[in-house]
Ligand binder design. Sequence first.
Ligand code: MRU
Length: 374
Amino acid sequence: MSEHAESMRTIWYETEGDKVCIIDQTQLPHALQIITLETLADACRAITDMQVRGAPLIGITAAFGVYLSLKQNPQCLLSACQQLAATRPTAINLQWALTQIQQELQALDTADQIGSALSLARQLLADDAGACSAIGDNGLQILKALLKQKQQSQPSEQSGENACLNILTHCNAGWLATGGWGTALAPIYKAHQAGLPVHVWVDETRPRNQGASLTAWELARSGVPHTLITDNAGGHLMQHGMVDVCIVGSDRTTRQGDVCNKIGTYLKALAAFDNDVPFYVALPASTIDFAVNDGVREIPIETRSADEVNYVSGLADDGTVKRVRISPPATGVSNYGFDVTPARLVSGLITELGVYPANVEGVAKIAEAMAADQ
Ligand code: MRU
C-alpha cells in the first residue's frame, strides 16, 4: 500500500483480530476517533448516523456489513443486503455494491460465503482507491491546462508565473468519502503533490458542515492552501474572478449526465454557468445509474432530521463540543440532503476511465470504456 493510501484511509480491515475499523466522521475535526464495526447493526448505524458517509464509502461499508452479518448468521445474506440498502436512499454506490456482492455470493455454497464476502469487500475498497487515484490523474490534466491558460492570460507584471489556481468545492468528496484519495479532491491532491499552485475555496455545506469539518480538516492535514466560505459566498467570488474552476463529487449520475450531489451543488453550478467558470464533476463509474435518465424527476432525494437544521454544534471555548439551537421551537423545517444539477451545467465528468462530456453520448462512452476495462 502506498504511503498516501496508508495515511488517508477511512475504513480498513485488520487481519489481526479480524476487525473492520472506521474513522468516526461525526467526531471530526475535533477528535480523530477510530471505532470497530462488529455487527450488521453497527454497519447500518454507521451509515445512517453518518459516522461514514460519501457515496463510495457507504458502498464499501455496506460490503463489509455483509461480511459482518454473515459471520453472525451465515443464512442472512438477503435480509442483510435489504437492511443495508435501506440505510440511505440517494447514493447509488450503496445499491451497486450490494448488488455486486449479492450476485457473487449467491452463486456460492453458504459455507464459502463468509470468506468470499470479506475478500469482495476488501477488493471493493482497493478498487475504489485505485479508481480515485486515476480520477486524480485525469483531473490533474484539466487543472494543468487551466493553470497554463490563466498564466498566459495574465499580463507579465501581474506575476503570471505565480498565478494560483482557485478551485471551489462543495461538501466533502475527499479521501474521507472514498476508499482513498477522494473524487473531487483527488485532482487537487495530485496537483499539490506535483507542485502546482492551487488554492481551494471550501463551502461550509450546511446543515452538517462536511466542508467545514471534513474537507477543511483533510486539506489542512495535507498542507493544501484553502479558505472556508459560507455556502452563499461562491456566486460573489465567481462574479469577481476569484474562482477558476469548480470540482464537486457525485452521489448518482444519470444516463444523460445529470448529477445528484450534496444540497447546494446546483446553485453553485448555476453561478458557475452565469460566470463562465468551468464546473466539473469527479466520480467513479460506480456512481452512474444507467437505469435513470432524468435526475431531477427520477432520483430519490434523502430528507434528514430537522435537528440538523435547528441545531449547530461545535467546539466551545472550554474545549467541549456543544450543541446549540438556532431557531425558534415552533418553526417548521425541511432538510433535503441532495439536489440535482442538470447535465447542461456540467463542463465534464472526470472518471477513472477518462474525462467525458456530461451528455447521453459521453455517458454511453463511459459504459463502453467500462465494458472494455472488464
Ligand atoms: O451526505 P453525505 O456527506 O454522504 O454527502 C456526500 C456528498 O454529497 C459527496 O459530495 C458525494 O458523496 C461524493 S463523495 C466522493
